[in-house]
Unconditional design. Structure first.
Length: 211
């Protein structure tokens, strides 16, 4: 079995936002898609470790903003590389140039670097272990720009900065590179419980390189 086949699947990239009480939050996901047309259904799988996951589960609603090729790395960093448990992602001093508006459902959608948004109401939930699959009814949707949408491949090749070297390596010393953000760990073995300090992904998202 060649697990590299997993990399041949194509994905879009999205900001999933939710509101619970006074808290507005959002995360990056690659799993939004239309899964039925009659009735129209959009599914989104969210990792249970994300604070946004709990907010969607408890409120039964979210918005999906479709990232376009205009999206800067800052948007991915802002929504993807920090947790809403630790920071207020909608604090103006943290959002800086990232603009948003409130949809009719009271949930923000991102207007910077995006091509469309959807307001979703959760219709069904499927527990998938690491993730919950939310199958949703779209209650609103608008086109925001004609810029082509950003695929995961485009993000990897064109938006994500080339990896920064962490520490100095002598020739032949193995490096473990995070395939999500490019962080590099130097050493023969990466501990099984290692969590990337930049993007918080685990060992399964690291690849071992020998230079
Ligand atoms: Fe990482």
């Amino acid at each position: 079995m060649n697990t590299k086949a997993m990399y041949k699947l194509s994905y879009g990239l999205f900001v999933c936002t939710a509101v619970q009480g006074a808290k507005m939050n959002g995360c990056i996901t690659n799993t939004a898609m239309q899964v039925a047309s009659e009735p129209n259904r959009i599914s989104i799988a969210i990792n249970k470790a994300n604070y946004t996951h709990d907010m969607v589960k408890e409120t039964g609603a979210c918005n999906i903003s479709v990232l376009s090729k205009d999206a800067s790395f800052d948007i991915f960093k802002h929504f993807g590389f920090q947790s809403g448990r630790d920071v207020d992602k909608f604090a103006p001093e943290l959002l800086k140039d990232i603009a948003y508006k409130l949809a009719d459902n009271g949930i923000p959608y991102i207007t910077t670097g995006t091509s469309a948004y959807f307001s979703l109401k959760v219709d069904q939930e499927v527990d998938l272990g690491s993730h919950t699959l939310f199958i949703c009814e779209p209650t609103a949707m608008e086109v925001l720009s004609d810029t082509p949408s950003c695929t995961y491949e485009y993000y990897q090749n064109e938006i994500k900065p080339k990896p920064e070297k962490v520490g100095t390596t002598v020739k032949g010393e193995p490096v473990w590179r995070c395939t999500i953000c490019g962080y590099e760990y130097v050493g023969e073995d990466l501990p099984d419980d290692f969590i990337c300090p930049i993007c918080k992904h685990g060992k399964e998202d690291f690849e071992k390189l020998v230079r």
